[in-house]
Design a protein around this ligand. Sequence first.
Ligand code: ADP
Ligand code: MG
Length: 140
Amino acid sequence: MSDRTFGIVKPDAVKAGATGDILAMAEKAGLKIIGARMIHMKKEDAEGFYHVHADKGFFGELTAFMSEGPVLVFVMEGANAIKTWRDTLGATNPAEAAEGTIRKKFGTNIERNAAHGSDAPETAAFEIGYFFNGLQLFSR
Ligand code: ADP
Ligand code: MG
């Protein structure tokens, strides 16, 4: 069944010039990019996006990182899109990520780990809706 997921090329990876490589890895994994744009989040925007982590010790640092520079937010569609994209990303900590994954290739540490991916259908729906409306998505 075809479903949707949401990704972010995080500020570290945009700055490193890895945006194109990361999008190419999504497409090579069989995912169709149906919406994308660059934004520079304010700290409050990052806090809203990561509200589920508000009680974590790393919340302040994480939201400062996510608002330190521009990011590419994008929406993907495909068979098992959520799992496919999480597998392509690799483990949260780049040191534990499998060879050939995005976080292994482009991540620096557990915080600056290059890219984001939704972890479940409900979070994908929230995250897509946080940045995109229906007219900005091009299902094929
Ligand atoms: P994932 O992005 O793999 O779903 P989480 O949802 O657990 O991981 O965390 C969200 C983001 O918060 C991570 O991608 C990473 O940037 C950051 N993060 C997670 N754990 C830590 C930590 N222990 N210290 C600092 N930053 C963290
Ligand atoms: Mg997560």
